[in-house]
Design a protein around this ligand. Structure first.
Ligand code: ADP
Ligand code: MG
Length: 228
């Protein structure tokens, strides 16, 4: 029974993600369509025209950001539970974000244990969950900084630690983390952490967050160790 319950929860997460994407992307697209229709009017002032174009472009950016938070990797319909190597998955995530990190002057520093560690999960989804955390880390800096990643074994779990020394969060912000649409960014979706939490929970994992304004943020992720 327990197995069935867990399975059902996972399916719920998956279909929830799929439903969310189409819902979330529809809003900015509808807004854009409305403003494009307004632009057809020859009578409108140049000022209004510029404003409508700006709103449309911002809304299209928003649609793109939503898709990135959900689907940089993970296809919501597919769920392949495999033993995945934590080290190579984390390395892959860093590689994907290297262009963004370089642009923002952020460096990654890794500290992985010798032993190769495996967990059960969908490689694409797992990467999506880590990338959303790393992206927030990059965005926590104004003028660059360091993000540390470590992976080690702790009892029957793999412990992944991701630290930044950026702007940090208040206690209240930490409590709201993962709540849909909670964002303090002008172009934020407030969906990235929700996606991360649902993926990690669907892997029977746990996330703990420590943060302080002006000091930075530490994410600790525990995932059941897969012993081959
Ligand atoms: P978004 O990044 O689109 O705002 P997220 O769900 O990824 O949405 O994050 C929600 C909010 O949590 C962010 O807007 C930010 O306020 C806060 N946050 C998340 N990670 C960090 C971090 N590493 N440092 C500071 N604030 C963070
Ligand atoms: Mg984010």
């Amino acid at each position: 029974l327990l197995k069935r319950v867990i399975k059902a929860e996972k399916l719920e997460v998956v279909s929830h993600l799929a439903a969310s994407i189409s819902h979330e992307v529809r809003n900015p697209l509808t807004t854009t369509k409305g403003f494009l229709q307004l632009l057809r009017d020859d009578e409108i002032s140049t000022e209004k025209r510029d404003e409508y174009i700006k709103i449309s472009l911002d809304e299209l950016d928003r649609a793109t950001n939503i898709i990135k938070d959900y689907l940089t990797f993970a296809r919501p319909e597919a769920e392949h539970q495999n033993p995945i190597s934590i080290h190579s998955e984390l390395k892959n995530c860093m590689n994907v974000l290297t262009p963004l990190a370089q642009m923002e002057n952020v460096q990654f520093k890794e500290d992985f244990c010798e032993e190769e560690l495996f967990v059960l999960g969908d490689s694409l989804k797992f990467k999506q969950s880590i990338i959303n955390i790393l992206k927030n880390g990059i965005e926590s800096y104004h003028a660059g900084g360091l993000i540390q990643l470590s992976a080690e074994k702790e009892d029957t779990y793999v412990k992944i630690t991701i630290s930044d020394f950026g702007k940090g969060m208040t206690e209240d912000q930490v409590l709201r983390l993962g709540e849909p649409y909670f964002s303090t960014k002008s172009n934020g979706t407030g969906l990235g952490m929700m996606v991360t939490y649902s993926i990690i929970h669907s892997m029977n994992g746990h996330i703990y967050v420590n943060s302080a304004p002006g000091q930075g943020t530490v994410f600790r992720i525990f995932l059941p160790l897969h012993v081959k």
